[in-house]
Design a protein around this ligand. Sequence first.
Ligand SMILES: *[C@@H]1O[C@H](CO)[C@@H](O)[C@H](O)[C@H]1NC(C)=O
Ligand SMILES: *[C@@H]1O[C@H](CO)[C@@H](O)[C@H](O)[C@H]1NC(C)=O
Length: 359
Amino acid sequence: MTGVFCYTCAKRFSYVRNIYYIRFAPITIVNYMRIIIPVYSLISRATFCANMSGSSDKGRVLTREERFSYQNVDFKLADAVKTDVIYKYFRDASTEEPKVLTEETVGDEHMDKTVPTTYIIHGFTTDDSSPWYKPFKDELFKLGPHNVIYINWQKAGNKSYSVSSANIDPVGKYIAQFILASGVLPEKVHIVGHSLGSQLAGFIGKWVQKLSGKKIGRITGLDPAGPRFDYPEAPPTNRLCDTDADFVDVIHTDIQHYGYTPPLGHVDFYPNGGMDQPGCPPRQIDVNRHHARSTLFYIESVKRKAKAREAEYHEDPNHNVTIKLKEDPKEIIFGHHVDTTARGVYYFQTNANAPFLRL
Ligand SMILES: *[C@@H]1O[C@H](CO)[C@@H](O)[C@H](O)[C@H]1NC(C)=O
Ligand SMILES: *[C@@H]1O[C@H](CO)[C@@H](O)[C@H](O)[C@H]1NC(C)=O
């Protein structure tokens, strides 16, 4: 792979190849431009990514005070329409071209209502070509029969962060209506969302309850977005919370930065303490890598059953966060195969490279 993949921005930078190319080449105007253009695009992209957190100091971990200085989501800014959401249905492992469905057509699709149904949801500024979708879908089908639905809400989630984060309310409603129209019982549904997609998953859960009185079976938040959601006065009605589904599990890999910091589900995993993930370059070099690790850990957990140990979330008066193992800690399986009756905060360490999970 050349360049660096920016998960939040869905852009691949190819500056690395360009810079190697120039190392032994004479400095001509063309070669000079080969360096300047990629470096310029890297800087402008990094600034764009940093705008998600409202931070101009790219890549630095924010203090909690800094994060709290940004307002709550202003839901009045929402401008999404129903056709902004695209649903792609995979019936089984051999489905190469998924079927594009709508709320009107999903009922005629006769999905198998007895098997687990998983919705996969990307975050801010990406779409269903996000690099974690396909490997996740492939692992799910290895477990047995499934319905897998790719959500693409790029039209509503690729605006400014203020508008995109407000759009999770109407988009949550549209997806809730789709789920109810599918005929699959909400309790059979598992929604897995990354970043702003986790917050969106929470709104789907809230809307399913408002519209039908029923709860989604499970929501998994892969490093739920922190900016504009994570501050003490924000009510749980404005973010993912543990009443949004029968079971809500969360993986924190980029706390105090793009990820939501305190526990917010029934089970909250803080791999490696939740902040600095081994094997990731510093945020100044790649602002998204820690945030994206949550997807890699989760996908691996579909086939590798690693243990996590019970811990305590502690925040001191300076808002420094520590995740401390309990004495004689309980052990549970991390990730996809977690015991859904478990509760609490859990810690484990990973390897720097795949396979990440230690068995
Ligand atoms: C998001 O919008 C930008 C700017 O309009 C565009 O360049 C980019 O391709 C869009 N990203 C996606 C995933 O659609
Ligand atoms: C806690 O946070 C303060 C202010 O952000 C910092 O100066 C201090 O070094 C931190 N303490 C520890 C133990 O990390």
